[in-house]
Ligand binder design. Structure first.
Ligand SMILES: *[C@@H]1O[C@H](CO)[C@@H](O)[C@H](O)[C@H]1NC(C)=O
Ligand SMILES: *[C@@H]1O[C@H](CO)[C@@H](O)[C@H](O)[C@H]1NC(C)=O
Ligand SMILES: *[C@@H]1O[C@H](CO)[C@@H](O)[C@H](O)[C@H]1NC(C)=O
Ligand SMILES: *[C@@H]1O[C@H](CO)[C@@H](O)[C@H](O)[C@H]1NC(C)=O
Length: 313
């Protein structure tokens, strides 16, 4: 980011003008635990938007850590979950070596997660997790961003759109993130000083640590692409025909939630991908989702929010 970019981000931050996310309307939800209306904005989406933290985040090569080598030939597997909205389950998106490197980079950066409410960044009881911004010049971050960029294909225009700064989020016992959406109600100004605005076109939510019980990611409006036939077959729950290496049956990766919708079990290395915006650029409320509370243990995930840019009008 340029000097003026930093100043601009800092002044936006200081003015409390970041975002003004409003509140998704959730007519069909009744559980009070899930109907807290908040916008989504975890940590500032601008790199180094906290100028006073720059000394900690600016120079990653100064951190002593083993050199990371990107396995550019790594492959993953995908399964369609939902078409409207588009939700794709991705197996093995992030390798164990990438997870180790990402965690090492992020560990000193974790701070209580914030959201934007009433137009201001703040901590709230709606989101009781920790977040860590990741530097985009870190080799493991670049490796994962290259892979996820390829996944997006024609959804991104190189040189116009961008992958955006990724972020890790961590939940421990009892922590959660109430129902929210990742897209913004109001377009965001480009951080590069160009007269452009952007929104989060899609989301990758990749699990890095799954040492926990509970902590599913819940999409109340997601449903299988086709309903069960008159024979009432069990929904496809993530290639359960396969067996684990020790021969035991695979556990379902997602399930139908008792209040409707689908809930995804956290599994390290795997990711959920979904498309946030309609073709006309408005946000899709059917992508509303929640991080259900962790009963115990630790869950760490990586958020990647590719940005769709619009010319300023
Ligand atoms: C980062 O720190 C390393 C080691 O201290 C140094 O060699 C390098 O020049 C620094 N890079 C920048 C961009 O400051
Ligand atoms: C990511 O892709 C860019 C552009 O194709 C390339 O220059 C860079 O070396 C790649 N980085 C990694 C870590 O794969
Ligand atoms: C945008 O498209 C969605 C989905 O087709 C539609 O529901 C919505 O009304 C449209 N909004 C505008 C402002 O055109
Ligand atoms: C998480 O891992 C630690 C150490 O490996 C273990 O002691 C603990 O029981 C695990 N917790 C859960 C919830 O699996």
């Amino acid at each position: 980011m340029t000097g003026t970019g930093i100043v601009k981000a800092a002044s936006i931050w200081a003015g409390g003008l970041l975002l003004g996310l409003s509140i998704p309307y959730l007519p069909r939800l009744s559980s009070p635990r899930l109907t807290s209306f908040i916008g989504d904005f975890p940590v500032p989406d601008y790199p180094f938007a906290f100028p006073f933290l720059k000394s900690h985040t600016g120079n990653t090569t100064a951190l002593a850590k083993a050199p990371f080598v990107c396995d550019a030939s790594h492959t993953y597997r995908t399964e369609l979950v939902s078409l409207e909205p588009l939700v794709i389950y991705i197996h093995d998106l992030i390798t164990p070596a990438e997870i180790a490197s990402l965690l090492e980079t992020a560990e000193p950066r974790f701070a209580p997660s914030q959201v934007t409410k009433y137009g201001r960044q703040q901590q709230t009881s709606d989101r009781t997790s920790s977040s860590a911004g990741l530097p985009r010049d870190d080799p493991a971050v670049m490796c994962v961003l290259n892979r996820t960029r390829s996944f997006l294909g024609t959804m991104l225009r190189d040189g116009w759109d961008e992958m955006g700064p990724p972020q890790l989020v961590r939940y421990t016992s009892g922590e959660r993130f109430n129902m929210h959406h990742d897209w913004f109600d109001n377009l965001q100004w480009a951080p590069d000083g160009s007269s452009r605005k952007w929104n989060r076109a899609a989301s990758f939510f990749a699990i890095l640590q799954d040492n926990c019980t509970g902590g599913e990611t819940y999409f109340p409006y997601a449903k299988p692409i086709v309903p069960a036939s008159p024979r009432g077959e069990v929904m496809w729950q993530g290639n359960l025909n396969q067996r684990q290496s020790d021969g035991t049956a695979m556990k379902p990766l997602w399930r139908e939630h008792e209040d409707g919708g689908l809930a995804f079990r956290p599994v390290a290395g795997n990711a959920i991908f979904w498309v946030n915006l309609h073709a006309n650029g408005t946000g899709d409320v059917r992508t509303n989702h929640a991080g259900l509370p962790l009963d115990q243990g630790l869950k760490t995930a990586m958020n990647i929010w590719p940005r769709h840019y619009y010319p300023y009008e």
